[in-house]
Design a protein around this ligand. Structure first.
Ligand code: SF4
Ligand code: SF4
Length: 339
């Protein structure tokens, strides 16, 4: 199948009639995912969004339920967001990040109905990355610029059009509804050429990294690696795979609500116990946890690296901490503690 770029606004308008459609839109000098009211609002050619797609499934702040107790009895209200949605224009790394988060929110011990309801009701339409950014390293963490692993449909940019690859039955159903034209052999050849030409220039060698992290918890290298980090938490909020949260109850008399908020292992309060004890008192311990969580604990728990190589933490750190350099140093490559 194929869709011409000039027909994308119409295609999105058709989808808007049936679904809530979320697509990248312009905000200041970057793009973010927002619900769109018109297909013309979508901005698809500007690389990855500033904020990852995770907040569409796991919002930064979410009321889980509210309750009240009166003379008539107790009432509990736990609204579930079960609207049918299309996430249009998501990049393969962000789509894959949701596959990784599925391990956290849907496993043998825990199933999170809020996250899972949104996941089940959303069709993921991705756009491959013809021009990966200099900070992308997706191919070093088991992914790539045309990875379909978290997608229902992949669009491959061939210049004036997108060649449509159907990945799942959910994607096929959406494409059938949209009534797209068939791709010619020439279109398919153009898509293959676009894939061939897309080069991820940055490689991070992760060979042996997990084995190193298994034994280097007390290594002096952690004293140096964290030094520049301010503990601001920007990298964790912008990371598509970071998922720590805190739950608070807000109650007055016999009525209240329970709210889930993102949290960050970069913050000193994150591990502060009610007793006053804090097992991670220093920035060294907090930064070490961030690296350990992604490249050791996530692998131990789910057999996957908890990073998709999107590069957001590199682009947005106020003191230029570069996770690629950090990983190289941990592996024991040439010392490059100059990031
Ligand atoms: S964005 Fe940079 S300074 Fe802020 S917590 Fe992350 S690594 Fe540290
Ligand atoms: S750790 Fe950095 S590069 Fe990896 S997924 Fe998170 S923001 Fe992207």
């Amino acid at each position: 199948m194929i869709v011409s770029k000039k027909d994308i606004p119409n295609l999105l308008d058709k989808m808007i009639a049936e679904y809530d459609v979320l697509a990248p839109v312009k905000k200041d000098n970057f793009t973010v995912f927002k619900p769109i009211a018109s297909g013309a609002d979508a901005v698809l050619g500007e690389g990855n969004t500033k904020l990852p797609a995770k907040e569409l499934f796991f919002p930064q702040s979410e009321k889980l339920f509210s309750y009240s107790v009166t003379e008539e009895g107790a009432k509990l209200d736990a609204p579930m967001d079960d609207k049918k949605k299309v996430l249009f224009g998501v990049r393969p790394c962000d789509a894959r990040s949701l596959k990784l988060l599925d391990n956290v929110f849907d496993n043998d011990k825990f199933q999170d109905p809020y996250y899972l309801t949104r996941r089940a009701n959303t069709v993921m339409v991705g756009i491959g990355c013809n021009m990966p950014s200099s900070t992308c390293f997706c191919t070093s963490v088991n992914s790539g610029p045309f990875d379909t692993s978290g997608l229902d449909i992949l669009l491959v940019d061939t210049g004036d059009a997108y060649v449509v690859e159907l990945v799942t039955d959910k994607g096929k159903a959406l494409a059938d509804q949209a009534g797209l034209a068939a791709a010619s052999d020439a279109d398919k050849t153009a898509a293959a050429a676009a894939k061939e030409a897309a080069v991820v220039t940055c490689q991070v060698n992760t060979d042996g990294l997990k084995a190193k992290l298994d034994v280097n918890f007390y290594d002096p290298i952690w004293e140096k690696i964290h030094e520049k980090c301010l503990g601001c938490g920007a990298c964790t909020y912008l990371c598509p795979t970071c998922h720590c949260f805190d739950i608070v109850d807000d109650a007055v008399d016999c009525a209240g609500c329970r709210v889930r908020n993102w949290d960050s292992c970069a913050f000193p309060l994150f591990t502060l116990h009610g007793s006053g004890h804090n097992p991670r008192t220093s920035n060294k311990e907090r930064y070490r946890n961030r690296i350990m969580h992604k490249f050791k604990y996530f692998v131990d728990n789910f057999n996957e690296i908890g990073c998709v190589g999107c590069g957001r933490c590199i682009k947005n750190c106020p003191v230029n901490m570069d996770i690629r350099v950090v990983l190289e140093n941990i592996r024991g490559s040439e010392a490059r503690l100059d990031s």
